[in-house]
Design a protein around this ligand. Sequence first.
Ligand code: M6R
Length: 369
Amino acid sequence: VKGGYPSFMAKEIHEQPHAVADTLLGRTDPSGALVLDELRISEAVLRAVDKIVVVACGTAAYAGHVAKYAIEHWCRIPVEVELAHEFRYRDPIVDSRTLVVAISQSGETMDTIMAVRHAREQGATVLAIVNTHGSTIPRESDAVLYTHAGPEVAVASTKAFIAQITACYVLGLYLAQIRGNKFPDELKEILAQLHELPDGIQRVLDAWDEVRDVAVAMKDEPTVLFLGRHVGYPVALEGALKLKELAYIHAEGFAAGELKHGPIALVEEGQPVFVVVPSPRGRDVLHSKVVSNIQEVRARGARTLVIAEDGDEAVVPYADVVFRVPQVPTLLAPLVTVVPLQIFACELAGAKGLDVDQPRNLAKSVTVE
Ligand code: M6R
């Protein structure tokens, strides 16, 4: 059942190129335009949307966090991302022009179900991005955009996360398309590059053993920090969550710009710090800021583990370890930059002799509030 892999998690990480390809499959026409016939929300309603609120928990919420950067950039619609359990118990401002996007692998997370109900009571339109067919969240939503990651067995979400981000990109590009975005060529180009991402992910998977060697050597670390900026920030949060839930190691993810506002006080000699570096071919300032952040923690004794694009030599002088990812547009980078972090957590937990698929105290779907 594990397809020759030592754990379902290892198998599911390897299935990620398919999760992306299958989530894109059948959603474009021969001209390259997106067609989402399944979306039972009229174009008129989608054109009138003036705010998007993503509700989700855990890893699914980090997918939503990535979506915010992409959708705001492509569509110029404000996007809020909120943990479903926080959304539910305040007094959120949503109305008939709000599109609430509920993201969930299982479709059975009670916190997210309650947020969906609350949103609909306020008159919002709810779109579910869900992996499990026939589950509760799609049934209670106005429409569903399924992720096609296939069944995810390991408690730690990996391929579902990658598929959720992919579905969010599809949604963002589709909204931009039907709302008459001014840059149709740019959007077509992004979509074409998205179709190349399965190959890009495969290239990161091919370097599995390099990540494993680093992970095994770090199995006794008491604490690991993760830094990222822009879309690298939710990737840092996800890297930290994976390590906590699988290896029971204290881990924290930060927005790299927050360093000097507090977290840098944690850095002492030998502290491992992962840094997710944006493409140097994107917005220059983003890349150079993160390189400065690496220098800052290194100067205080950190051991830096850097995730950087092929050909990015600027990081080399400040990195103890570099994990390479292929060159992809900045907004699509989470699909490749998260992969070394997943492998790292999986291998480190394995090296500690822990049950990678079934970490203590956790359930695959959290069906109680
Ligand atoms: O099934 P869902 O996507 O709604 O689950 C949400 C979270 O419980 C889930 O992502 C959790 O954080 C995972 N264990 C993370 O690996």
